[in-house]
Write a protein that binds this ligand. Structure first.
Ligand code: NAD
Length: 397
């Protein structure tokens, strides 16, 4: 099979397995170049197959020598379908992480389900032991309510007034105007149900009930705060309400973690980066492009791996933690610096659509988007045939 990018509404409907391998390989090389750090022995990563969850897994496996258990929802290749990038990231993470001589286990399926939680508990009891760190890095468009059998969808909408924005159409390479409509009360509730903190809390409760948390165990999830240009659509919108809920659950869980384990439940506000999830958010494409441009010029741009490595090495397990008044870890402080925000906002407000597409930051953003789906790596010949049937024999471990 010859695999070329297939994109619909900024969503890649396919991926290139060898490119996914290259993406994982590159992140591992980045991690290996950093100083090692004392971290968790056993880490559970919910949503560890792509984006921030994958970068966290690599940082911990190669930086701290952690055993990692990853829960993700991914599709295997089938007939003419390549499978999802996260599927291949899991497969190749396993292959490349063999050299760590640690345990790395993948569970594929619905993290929201009780069955998945029970499977993970059973495995941990038999093969791994208690966890020192639980990362909740899920980004999902929907959640099955197992009681009603109804699929609840999350919405990316404003609250109150509609908002105008612009987005880069990745396929047509055009900047398109768009209107983000305001959500109904139900849509806000549904988004909180899918992307809020209740499922994270359920995971911690079940781990606690099964005595699977070690003394001083920590749990962390990733929020986004952002600046004025993303305010209406993100923080002030439906997703922002879900993030408030996530942060509220962290405060609640922190009480249990502190009292019972002398541990912590943490929120880290992470930098805006190109991931499968972030391109769905209107105007994020333009914001990230301008932000990358400014941060590269100022010498403070970080790759996704660098960002998570710094989070764990310096702020979670090191003594360089930066927190805000709500006790959220602000590893995004470089993005949020006043001069970076000012210049990014100015650029977004004044740049023409044509110039935006020519920006180095936009090129970097687009390259990242292609690469997380396995495309645009110089050392891969995309005209070569990929024996997908043969590759399909590789199974998650
Ligand atoms: P992503 O799409 O790259 O990864 C999402 C992960 O969730 C994948 O591993 C996927 O398999 C998993 N997943 C989704 N539904 C699942 C299900 N039902 N069961 C099991 N696994 C499931 O997303 P990302 O951008 O890395 O986002 C991760 C977290 O980081 C989110 O909470 C997001 O809001 C937050 N965050 C992202 C950014 C950003 O710019 N991308 C910035 C700050 C915070």
């Amino acid at each position: 099979m010859i695999i070329k990018p297939s994109i619909r509404s900024n969503f890649f409907t396919n991926c290139h397995p060898y490119g996914c391998r290259q993406n994982v390989f590159n992140q591992i090389q980045e991690a290996k170049a950093f100083d090692k750090f004392e971290g968790p022995k056993n880490a559970l990563i919910i949503g560890g197959s792509s984006g921030y969850g994958l970068a966290s897994r690599i940082a911990l496996a190669f930086g701290a020598g952690s055993n990692t258990l990853n829960v993700s929802f991914e599709s295997a290749p089938k007939a003419k379908k390549t499978g999802t990038s996260g599927w291949w990231n899991n497969i190749y993470f396993q292959e490349l992480a063999k050299e760590t001589n640690h345990i790395h286990k993948d569970f594929i399926g619905d993290a929201f389900s009780k069955e998945m939680k029970e499977n993970v508990m059973e495995y941990a009891k038999k093969h791994l032991g208690k966890f020192d760190l639980v990362i909740y890095s899920l980004a999902s468009g929907g959640r099955l309510n197992y009681e009603t059998n109804e699929i609840i969808k999350s919405h990316i909408k404003t609250i109150g007034e509609d908002a105008k924005g612009k987005t880069i159409d990745i396929l047509d390479l055009e900047v398109k105007e768009l209107v983000v409509t305001s959500a109904t009360e139900q849509e806000v509730k549904d988004t909180v149900y899918v992307m809020g903190g209740s499922d994270w809390h359920d995971w911690i409760d079940i781990l606690d009930q099964n005595d699977l948390l070690n003394p001083e165990a920590k749990t962390i999830s990733y929020t986004y705060v952002g600046g004025p240009t993303t305010e209406k659509i993100y923080r002030g919108g439906t997703v922002g309400k879900a993030k408030e809920d996530l942060e509220r659950h962290a405060v609640l869980m922190n009480e249990l973690m502190k009292k019972k384990y002398n541990g912590e439940a943490l929120i880290s506000s992470s930098k805006a980066v190109a991931t499968k999830a972030s391109v769905y958010i209107p105007s994020m494409t333009n914001y990230i492009s301008c932000l990358y441009d400014v941060m590269v010029r100022k010498g403070v741009h970080e790759s996704i791996l660098e960002h998570k490595y710094r989070l764990f090495k310096d702020m979670i397990y090191g003594d360089k933690r930066i927190v805000d008044s709500q006790n959220r870890i602000r590893v995004d402080h470089l993005e949020m610096e006043e001069h970076i925000q000012k210049e990014t906002v100015h650029m977004m407000e004044t740049i023409s659509n044509e110039d935006l597409l020519q920006l180095n930051g936009t090129k970097l953003f687009l390259r990242d988007i292609y690469q997380i789906n396995g495309f645009e790596f110089d050392n891969i010949n995309y005209d070569d045939d990929v024996d997908i049937d043969h590759l399909a024999e590789l199974q998650p471990e």
